[in-house]
Design a protein around this ligand. Structure first.
Ligand code: S3P
Length: 167
């Protein structure tokens, strides 16, 4: 594998689970940027948002994502907001291949509603609306990815086969 593959898309779209499976298939390392941030700061993402603020989080997200994209070819799962950052997008354009994991919003809603991993940007009192608003705002940017994978099923193996076919 010559270039790093970067998975982008909404929170709850399945970037991490698909990324792990894809990396296994391609026999390369898998890196989840949010997990790298949590390891480095010894705090979970909601704690970072709460104590340091979103702009601090976005700055470290930018630095860590860019560093990882510059590294050895691997599969990287980016946080849902990363691709909105122009510096990260440019880095990806030069050094990597981007894949938008575009999962049906109903599926995303179900996952996020059941997940213990609370996302600080979401309004859980009106989760469906909150997801739709963020998705509509981000869609034009996510569309800039090199490839789009439409996700309707939970079958990771099938999704990975689809990705490999596209590549
Ligand atoms: C965010 C997505 C999260 C995490 C943070 C912000 C976003 O990552 O980086 O809560 O702006 O969409 P996941 O996409 O892995 O949930």
């Amino acid at each position: 594998m010559l270039k790093t593959i970067v998975l982008i898309g909404m929170m709850g779209s399945g970037k991490t689970s698909v990324g792990k499976e894809l990396a296994k298939k391609l026999k390369v390392a898998f890196i989840d940027v949010d997990q790298e941030i949590e390891k480095k700061y010894q705090m979970n993402i909601p704690e970072i948002f709460e104590t340091k603020g979103e702009s601090f989080f976005r700055k470290i997200e930018e630095n860590i994502s860019c560093k990882l994209i510059n590294g050895k070819p691997c599969v990287i799962s980016l946080g849902g907001g990363s691709f909105l950052n122009k510096r990260i997008r440019n880095k990806i354009k030069i050094n990597a291949i981007s894949i938008w994991i575009n999962t049906e919003l109903d599926k995303i809603y179900k996952r996020l509603n059941e997940s213990k991993n609370r996302r600080p940007l979401l309004n859980y009192k009106n989760l469906k609306k909150s997801i739709k608003e963020i998705y509509d705002k981000r869609k034009p940017i996510y569309k800039k990815a090199d490839y789009k994978i439409q996700i309707k099923s939970d079958n990771k193996k099938l999704i990975v086969e689809n990705i490999i076919k596209k590549l």
